[in-house]
Design a protein around this ligand. Structure first.
Ligand code: ADP
Ligand code: MG
Length: 394
């Protein structure tokens, strides 16, 4: 494999490395070694680990280190973070950033089909290898797609600052200094890792991560387990105030009744709860058996009934499709409680029954008459007797 020759991009990044690298430095995809060799010249840099996937690059750099008797720098073969342990003050990355050309393979040039895939892999693991107030010195080109790069940075709860740029014939090069956002730092104190964007809801942005939890069991042995968690934050463009606090308050109340994903921890601006592994209700129905569907509907009606009794409206229960997940064990878990509000006129059961009447056409094995079901919903408003509805469906 050829070693990537230093070019304009390398020199642009090198200047910023001299100015901004410090402490323990990781030089990822070192190639000729130009960044690592620049870093060790800085008095602020204590030690450098230069890595590359390319064996030739590694042995060439080792030769230089031996010849010049360099002490601050070590080399290691690694594909991105694969063989890396520990945390660094600075991570330097000049990624392969060109969109893949048909039929040509060169790990030093091509960053995947679209050019940014390798960068995305990088950001997925980067935070675990960077100290809380460390920095990443990152080079990319407009050929990679600038908006996409900035989106990937934000999706991993990092923030960026442009350090320098250079216009070339076909592209423009940028060096960004990338640091952790306050939210990312806070989540890492809670031992959440591999945090990345999951979904944009109507009002919130949801991230996913993993958290190692030690559960004290009877014998005082701490059993360690890693769980997937979801983190909900307010969308920046959302005007709704107090939504997070509202959802946190209701999750606390409803969790006690077995409703909603388990709340783990929260602040005024975000909360973390269990990630629900499962399929959306209407997708799940397509492959489920009638008996299973019945049990799930019964369970959901009961959850609605509990909310009715508490005197809270979840809202949107007449089109809850995106807010009901069915787990592997056929347990329905509702999400999104941010519009919950106290009411004297609870509508959870009646709205959900209206939904059941509407989706009758998707429930091919069921024979109930949707209009009769709607009538029973009206009766329920008066009697608050859930049994008549459940018995009717059976
Ligand atoms: N605990 C969770 N487990 C799994 N997926 C979740 C979880 N919370 C949110 N999501 C995903 O994020 C999306 C948006 O979440 P939601 O709470 O509906 O936000 P919003 O209030 O902005 O609509 C959901 O449709 C779902 O795909
Ligand atoms: Mg929603």
């Amino acid at each position: 494999m050829d070693i990537y020759e230093p070019a304009e991009d390398s020199y642009l990044l090198q200047k910023e490395v001299q100015a901004h690298a410090e402490g323990r430095v990781l030089d990822l995809g070192t190639g000729s070694g130009i960044q690592g060799l620049a870093a060790i010249k800085s008095p602020r840099v204590r030690e450098v680990l230069s890595v590359d996937i390319n064996e030739n690059a590694i042995s060439e750099l080792q030769k230089i280190i031996r010849q010049q008797k360099l002490r601050k720098i070590k080399v290691l073969k690694s594909n991105l973070f694969e063989n890396i342990t520990g945390k660094f003050n600075t991570i330097i990355f000049n990624p392969p950033y060109l969109p893949q050309d048909e039929g040509i393979e060169d790990a030093a040039l091509y960053g995947g089909k679209k050019g940014w895939e390798v960068s995305e892999q990088f950001f997925h693991k980067a935070s675990s290898h960077l100290i809380s107030n460390g920095n990443i010195l990152f080079l990319f080109s407009t050929l990679t797609n600038k908006e996409k790069v900035e989106e990937i940075i934000g999706h991993h709860l990092f923030q960026f600052k442009e350090l320098s740029s250079e216009k070339m014939a076909w592209e423009k090069l940028y060096v960004y200094e990338i640091t952790k956002t306050d939210l990312l730092r806070e989540l890492e104190i809670k031992r959440v890792e591999e945090i990345h964007f999951l979904a944009k809801g109507k009002r919130g942005v949801i991230y996913k991560g993993i958290q190692e939890r030690a559960e004290l069991i009877k014998t005082h042995f701490a059993k360690k387990e890693t769980i997937s968690i979801a983190i909900k934050t307010k969308r920046e463009d959302s005007q709704a105030m107090g939504r997070i606090e509202n959802e946190v308050n209701w999750l606390k109340i409803l969790n006690k009744k077995g409703i909603g994903p388990k709340l783990l921890f929260s602040s005024k601006t975000y909360f973390a709860y269990k990630f629900v592994e499962g399929a959306l209700f209407l997708d799940w129905i397509e492959t489920a058996r009638k008996k299973e569907v019945l049990a799930v509907i019964k369970n959901l009606l009961n959850q609605c009934y509990i909310m009715d009794n508490i005197g809270v409206n979840k809202e949107e229960m007449h089109h809850p499709h995106k807010h009901i997940y069915i787990t592997k064990n056929h347990r329905p878990v509702m999400i999104d409680f941010e519009r919950c509000s106290r009411t004297e006129n609870p509508k959870n059961v009646t709205q959900f029954v209206e939904f059941l009447a509407r989706i009758k056409k998707d429930l091919k094995e069921f024979t109930y008459d949707p209009d009769k079901l709607r009538e029973l919903a009206k009766e329920y408003k008066q009697s608050r007797d859930l049994e008549i509805i459940i018995n009717f469906l059976l």
